[in-house]
Ligand binder design. Structure first.
Ligand code: OGA
Ligand code: MN
Length: 315
């Protein structure tokens, strides 16, 4: 077994793992260790890797079911294609600053957790840098677990026990009303998730919000947005943030239950491409506790369900 070493990415969260070649088939047996680090530290960085698409997919599958946002439009027999976060068109040219596609990338620059607007939200996103820019284009992560632990009780009580409604078009509308109208941002009905995600492995709580968050239980839209802005401001203070400046081959993955992220601008005449695979959260990751029935506040029933599930899979 190859030994690897870890060092903190920030004092608050995240580790860089060195001495491990993820493309080496022997690294598969180390997955339980990586998963334990993921639960504990919320973000893992591996520099200078050489993972092709098949390796990328194999790594993602260890975390859970592969998220497939285009399952509905794929014809029978058409294979899943690894999503690319890119400003490069099929003909090799880069998209213009005001193209709808570039605006979509700009909407990724609002703090978010991935897929909170889907019927099943994401557990992780594994990003691999394929083409990087000479400046800008960092991906930033913010620990909503570290932030929640330090948040004043006066702010916590305003959100604890409430459900939050999420919709994809909401975050797109903040950048461009025209963008928000596209079918791809309107195909999922609004979701409602508990504002706090409790990690079933270690009990650590994290605030679960995103740019897609639209409405907080008991508040109107204006009140909701004001509260969400206050929470967002608290969670994205520099001491809770790690900024990753990409090199080709870097692999960065994070726990969407406990970390928000955002892209940052770069000179748009430069190409930038990341491969991205999200996996979906499962009951073992605390999914039942996240769902709240209508009128329900604190989700005691669901917690029991998650615990029951975890007992079933560990016994
Ligand atoms: C994503 C994302 C930000 C970036 O891949 O989900 O938000 O830096 N990426 O491109
Ligand atoms: Mn994202």
């Amino acid at each position: 077994m190859s030994a690897f070493t870890t060092r903190p990415l920030t004092p608050a969260f995240g580790v860089e793992i060195t001495g491990l070649d993820l493309a080496d088939p022997e690294s598969d047996s180390l997955f339980p260790h990586l998963r334990a680090l993921f639960e504990e530290h919320s973000a893992l960085l591996f520099r200078n890797q050489s993972l092709d698409d098949a390796h990328h997919l194999a790594l993602a599958k260890q975390f859970g079911p592969i998220e497939d946002r285009n399952a509905d439009s794929r014809k029978p027999g058409e294979a899943f294609e690894i999503p690319r976060v890119t400003n490069v068109r099929a003909d090799g040219s880069v998209t213009e600053a005001m193209d709808l596609h570039t605006l979509h990338l700009k909407a990724n620059m609002l703090w978010h957790s991935d897929s909170t607007f889907m019927p099943v939200p994401a557990l992780t996103n594994i990003l691999i840098a394929r083409v990087v820019t000479t400046e800008g284009g960092a991906t930033e992560l913010a620990s909503t677990r570290a932030a929640w632990a330090e948040m004043p009780e006066t702010l916590k009580v305003r959100i604890r026990g409430r459900g939050i409604r999420h919709h994809y078009a909401h975050s797109r509308a903040r950048i461009s009303p025209e963008l928000a109208k596209l079918e791809m941002f309107n195909k999922w009905p609004e979701t409602r998730w508990n504002a706090v995600w409790s990690n079933p492995v270690n009990g650590r709580e994290a605030l679960y919000i995103a740019s897609h968050a639209r409405l907080v239980d008991g508040l109107d839209e204006t009140e909701s947005q004001a509260l969400l802005d206050d929470l967002m401001d608290f969670c994205t203070q520099p001491r809770f943030v790690y900024a990753h400046q990409w090199q080709v081959g870097d692999v960065l993955l994070w726990d969407q239950r406990a970390v928000m992220h955002r892209g940052t601008p770069w000179p748009y005449d430069q190409p930038r491409t990341l491969s991205s695979i999200c996996t979906s959260a499962t009951p073992a990751d605390g999914l039942h506790s996240l769902r709240m029935s209508a009128g329900q506040t604190a989700s005691a029933d669901a917690r029991t369900q998650d615990q029951k599930h975890n007992k079933e899979i560990t016994t």
